[in-house]
Design a protein around this ligand. Structure first.
Ligand SMILES: [Zn+2]
Length: 145
């Protein structure tokens, strides 16, 4: 029994060490993830609240905003690591991890992605619940650096 306890403690320790190491080495590749809906608070320019993304397509669940260097139509997949990330993806995104770049934003520059949450998926309330998360992503199937 004693050795089992020791095994559990040491594997917990190794887990924490590797999780810490993961962030130490890969932290520079983390993307800032925010969320928005098409309410006047999230989109404060009336002309942009026309039911269309910057790509011209009508807004839909699964479209997101990204840096202008990432072309429209690019597939972005979230790569969650922490339990909190899985929980937020489950609660707010209904377990959806794959998204398509359709939109731009004045503040969406560099490693920053803004997830569009339609009103049918909770809209503003869910965007607030998502808050600001840091996560790795894969872009067109390749882990982003
Ligand atoms: Zn909103």
């Amino acid at each position: 029994m004693r050795s089992l306890k020791r095994k559990i403690i040491s594997s917990a320790f190794i887990f924490l060490l590797s999780a810490g190491g993961y962030y130490y080495f890969w932290g520079q590749y983390l993307y800032t993830m925010t969320a928005y809906c098409d309410c006047p608070i999230c989109v404060n320019v009336d002309a942009y609240r026309d039911g269309r993304f910057a790509s011209g397509r009508a807004v839909y669940w699964g479209g997101i905003a990204a840096d202008p260097s990432i072309p429209f139509g690019t597939q972005i997949e979230l790569v969650p690591i922490w339990p909190g990330d899985f929980w937020s993806i489950f609660r707010v995104l209904k377990n959806r991890k794959k998204f398509t770049v359709e939109d731009r934003g004045g503040k969406i520059k560099g490693k920053h992605i803004d997830l569009f949450i339609p009103h049918s998926h909770g809209g503003h309330q869910m965007a607030l619940e998502w808050g600001v998360r840091k996560m790795r992503v894969s872009i067109n199937g390749e882990l982003a650096k």
